[in-house]
Design a protein around this ligand. Structure first.
Ligand SMILES: [Fe+2]
Length: 182
């Protein structure tokens, strides 16, 4: 099957799940809202694709909610990175990988960032290790694609609006197609 068909199937099937246990938008609506915010800001097709797919690791893990209930971090950013790396290069894959570290970075470096987190993100921040120390933040900022991970993270916070209108998945097919490794 065509990779984009496979990805869209995962998004459409798993995307009916609510985003976390404490949010009222579905995973699919969340991804679409993030991609829409990215497109509106004039982000590159790779970054729009990363925004759309940043949480696909949640949808690929049937054990995710059980892990959360056990107080474990299921590392969805690693699952997402490894899945997407089958077809995409670092400009798509690494912002997906970094979007969790970017939350730890932003809560360490921007005093009011924590207040913008949704209840689910506050809960997972604890499991993910909490805000970075100053050294950790500096180390993260020096990584390739860290800045793109931070951009995805800001859209992540903005993409949890109940009932927000967005284009559908097919609207973003050209963005993904243009990034497929040849
Ligand atoms: Fe997200």
């Amino acid at each position: 099957m065509d990779p984009i068909e496979r990805i869209f199937e995962v998004m459409a099937r798993g995307g009916k799940r609510l985003y976390g246990t404490r949010e009222q938008v579905t995973q699919l609506a969340h991804g679409l809202q993030c991609a829409t915010l990215a497109e509106r800001e004039g982000a590159s097709p790779a970054l729009v694709a990363a925004a759309l797919l940043h949480d696909i690791g949640h949808l690929l893990n049937p054990d995710e909610w059980a892990a959360l209930a056990r107080g474990e971090d299921a590392k969805h950013e690693i699952r997402g990175r490894d899945y997407l790396a089958q077809w995409f290069d670092d400009d798509v894959v690494m912002p997906v990988y970094w979007h969790v570290a970017a939350k730890r970075y932003l809560t360490a470096t921007e005093p009011d960032y924590f207040d913008r987190l949704s209840p689910g993100s506050v809960r997972t921040l604890e499991l993910q290790g909490g805000p970075f120390t100053a050294d950790e933040a500096a180390g993260f900022a020096a990584e390739p694609y860290a800045d793109d991970g931070v951009r995805v993270r800001r859209w992540d916070e903005g993409g949890k609006v109940v009932g927000a209108a967005t284009p559908d998945l097919n609207h973003f097919r050209p963005h993904l197609e243009s990034c497929l490794r040849t």
